[in-house]
Ligand binder design. Structure first.
Ligand code: CMX
Ligand code: CO
Length: 150
């Protein structure tokens, strides 16, 4: 059902400075950047391993775009650090339904748009031993005709 770690989401105050830290310290380059207004974030995706077949693993660096966003609220409380983990699946709808049926709160009725045309949902951290957990179907790993555009 869940086949890999898709990404680790890291909240930061200054995206450009954090990107530069990851480049200078580890040699990780930015593969993709975008603003997701719905989520209230500006983000950079650094590919750690994998290729373009939808099976890659990423670091997702997140800077809030507005003060009322979930990441801004989290940063104000905790400071910078690991914000969530994301498991990859080729069927986010089915995984959310199965996990919801196991008594874990799924935060969205329908998956929403994530990085690079992926479809995402979240599990409540209070039901996951303190870990905000995201489920992701990347645009390239979804069954044909079901990726992106959501
Ligand atoms: N990890 C672990 N625990 C967390 C957490 C996190 N990232 N965010 C909140 N919590 C905990 C809080 O510490 C708090 O616990 P206590 O009551 O013990 O203090 C509790 O959950 C409630 O937190 P809150 O600050 O009142 O925040 P909200 O309930 O308003 O929101 C949540 C929490 C999970 C519902 C919200 O963050 C959410 O909807 N997240 C999903 C969307 C998201 O995170 N988007 C940004 C990333 C986008 C992407 O990955 O593409
Ligand atoms: Co994420």
């Amino acid at each position: 059902m869940l086949t890999r770690i898709d990404h680790i989401g890291i909240a930061c105050f200054d995206l450009d400075a954090t990107v530069e830290f990851y480049r200078a310290t580890y040699g990780f380059e930015v593969f993709h950047t975008e603003v997701n207004e719905e989520q209230g974030v500006r983000e950079a995706m650094l590919r750690i391993n994998g290729t373009d077949d939808g099976g890659a693993s990423w670091i997702q660096l997140l800077e809030p775009t507005r003060e009322d966003s979930t990441v801004a609220k989290w940063l104000a409380k905790n400071g910078e650090g690991v914000h969530h983990i994301a498991f990859g699946t080729d069927d986010v709808d089915g995984a959310a339904e199965t996990i919801g049926g196991r008594g874990v709160r799924v935060l969205y009725d329908e998956p929403r748009r994530g990085s690079m045309g992926s479809r995402i949902t979240f599990l409540h951290p209070k039901d996951c031993h303190g870990v905000l957990t995201e489920l992701v179907t990347s645009a390239t790993s979804a069954p044909e005709g079901e990726s992106g555009g959501h």
